[in-house]
Design a protein around this ligand. Structure first.
Ligand SMILES: Nc1ncnc2c1ncn2[C@@H]1O[C@H](COP(=O)(O)OP(=O)(O)OP(=O)(O)O)[C@@H](O)[C@H]1O
Length: 297
């Protein structure tokens, strides 16, 4: 274990189909942290995960993951893609699905060892799916499927766990139970966690910081600075308030009563607005990412 950052972005930019998705990422994520990646639809959250896994090369700058260029240390990363279990082979049993986390990257047929099968049982126990291990994935509830997907990512004992919208389409109870699971992984095992999320509230108790994709640039804020009404309002393009209860719990909320009659749509903000945020949060000069064509794949 070192204190070196788990992720380090230096002047990092990515393009897709020759269009800049985000640029000038300059931040690092500390080991042992729980970080949300937030931004409105299409701002490049999933793209950021692809860059971290080395699937999508940067168009400029550098990105170091667990001390090496992105892609080199993927064996030390657990990755839970968005809607993964929805598209996974529905007939596979929960046990075999989780075991795939170990055997899935092997060439040819090689039966799992007793140690690998035990590791699978242990992780199923940890995520609370021991009793469901012989069921088919399709027989699980949405929350249980998400646990199975997390178990598959955990079975190799990663140092960094990356999840793309793990709380989407889950009811509030299932969301809280996934958050408790992430909390245990972080607190009891020291795992570094990065999670793409649209709703911050349910994650707030465990977050240590957030990466905001704002105006085409990623900005990192530690927990102390991340809950800023003005920043969140700018990010989401709608009035957002940060509320602190008498017990000290914080949550963010949309306040339509404070909404101006006409609001500037996100990313069509005045230059002065962008300049204020860029100077306050990154020291960057304002810049627009959409300086290339807009052709999609
Ligand atoms: N394979 C691809 N080829 C070209 N452009 C792509 C590709 N995948 C995504 N994009 C574009 O990149 C941009 C960022 O997409 P991305 O999926 O990273 O956004 P996101 O912030 O995760 O969005 P959401 O919140 O909707 O999941 C979008 O404009 C999208 O159309």
């Amino acid at each position: 274990m070192t204190d070196a950052p788990v992720l380090e972005f230096v002047d990092a930019s990515v393009k897709r189909s020759n269009r800049v998705i985000w640029s000038k990422g300059n931040f690092s994520i500390p080991r042992g942290s729980v970080t949300a990646i937030v931004g409105t639809n299409g701002t490049g959250k999933t793209t950021m995960l692809s860059a971290e896994l080395g699937i999508l090369p940067l168009s400029s700058g550098s990105l170091s993951v667990l001390g090496a260029p992105a892609g080199r240390n993927n064996a030390r990363i657990g990755y839970v893609p968005q809607n993964y279990t929805e598209v996974s082979e529905s007939n596979i049993t929960v046990f075999d699905f989780v075991l795939l986390g170990i055997t899935g990257s092997r060439w040819g047929f090689l039966p799992a060892s007793a140690t690998e099968r035990q590791a699978t049982r242990d992780i199923l126990d940890f995520v609370g799916l021991s009793e469901q291990s012989r069921l088919r994935i399709r027989e699980l509830s949405g929350g249980q499927r998400q646990r199975a997907a997390i178990a598959q990512a955990l079975v190799n004992k990663p140092e960094l766990l990356i999840l793309d919208e793990p709380l989407a389409n889950l009811d509030i109870t299932s969301q809280h139970s996934i958050v408790s699971l992430l909390s245990a992984l972080n607190k009891d095992m020291g795992m570094t966690i990065q999670v793409v999320a649209h709703d911050l509230n349910v994650l707030l108790p465990i977050l240590t910081g957030a990466v905001y994709l704002l105006d085409g640039h990623p900005h990192y804020s530690s927990m102390d600075n991340m809950l800023d009404s003005q920043l969140l309002t700018h990010l989401y393009g709608t009035t957002v308030e940060v509320i602190t209860t008498p017990q000290g719990d914080m949550f963010v909320t949309h306040n339509s009563a404070m909404e101006p009659a006409t609001r500037t749509v996100h990313d069509e903000h005045p230059t002065s607005d962008a300049a204020q945020w860029h100077s306050a949060h990154s020291g960057d000069a304002p810049d627009t990412p959409s300086d290339c064509d807009t052709k999609e794949d």
